[in-house]
Design a protein around this ligand. Structure first.
Ligand code: DGL
Length: 291
């Protein structure tokens, strides 16, 4: 027979489970953020995840910061309000660069971007204190990486010099699945020339799509420059934030997380291209309606 104590404990436990079972909410302008989703699924396989790719309004990179900020607010608010997300990951460098602090003050759940984790990884990697970041026009124009790298350098008490360069065209090559060959190599040589001259030893791929160009970028930069992808660093920050806020889904329960994917644009195209970015977990996608 259950005592009052057992019943009370059972209720508390199921309330606790309901709390931690809430999904992590993640969004990007499209497919690129799936590189971050991959890293989060690999590190936290028992967490539930909802991902929205705003493919109807993609790309964010060349858009005015104000537009990107209002898209980000709409997506994050929907993840919390419609999907009961317990934590938000802004898996888009452009959106994180212009909207992170606003989202953090607006929402009642922790909000994590990709910029700070990437900047910290960059600063921790360099040996000669000369680093570079590449991103979309919007990301580089925002100055978010200058701020984040300066913050990470202060934490480490080191004096780091940063060169930040926009790489328009890279995203389009990835979207066309043209991640090698003469055309993309020529563009990389042209865009990365100022960085090659700057004698850096670490380069942050500050755009969700760029990890797919790692081979080309790595060849152009040469073997002495370490390429940093912010996806893994972001996943570690997500793990720590879940633990700190007592909202991590316990590994001991042995339950695999569920993963749901939404797109504001063509759902079929999203699941086909998305599967290539993420892997077999992306079996199908559903439609997310822009308000
Ligand atoms: N997701 C964007 C980023 O990381 C790249 C694609 C776009 O321009 O929307 O900056």
């Amino acid at each position: 027979m259950l005592t009052d104590f057992d019943v009370g404990e059972g209720v508390a436990l199921s309330k606790m489970n309901a709390q931690v079972d809430r999904p992590i909410g993640m969004f990007d302008s499209g497919f690129g953020g799936l590189t971050v989703a991959r890293a989060v699924i690999d590190l936290l396989p028992n967490e539930n995840l909802i991902y929205i790719g705003d493919t109807a309004r993609y790309p964010y990179g060349p858009k005015p910061a104000g537009d990107v900020r209002s898209f980000a607010i709409e997506l994050a608010t929907s993840l919390v309000g419609d999907f009961n997300a317990k934590l938000i990951v802004v898996a888009c460098n452009t959106a994180a660069s212009v909207a992170l602090s606003e989202l953090q003050s607006l929402l009642s759940v922790p909000v994590i971007g990709v910029v700070e984790p990437g900047a910290r990884a960059l600063v921790n990697t360099t040996k000669n204190n000369r680093v570079a970041v590449i991103g979309t026009i919007g990301t580089i124009a925002s100055g978010a990486y200058e701020k984040a790298v300066a913050g990470a350098s202060r934490e480490k008490s080191s004096d780091i010099s940063l060169i930040a360069t926009a790489c328009p065209g890279f995203v389009e090559f990835v979207e066309r699945d043209e991640t090698s060959g003469e055309a993309v190599t020529q563009l990389a040589e042209k865009l990365l020339a100022p960085i090659r001259k700057a004698d850096v030893d670490a380069l942050l791929l500050g755009c969700t799509h760029y990890p797919y160009l790692s081979q080309v970028i790595g060849r152009v930069m040469g073997p002495d420059v370490k390429l940093i992808n912010s996806a893994d660093a972001t996943a570690s920050v997500v793990r720590d934030a879940l633990a700190k806020n007592n909202i991590a889904r316990s590994v001991e329960r042995g339950v695999q997380g569920s993963h749901e994917f939404y797109s504001s644009g063509d759902v079929r195209q999203f699941s086909e291209l998305g599967r290539r970015f993420l892997g077999p977990e992306l079996m199908s996608a559903k439609h997310w309606q822009i308000k």
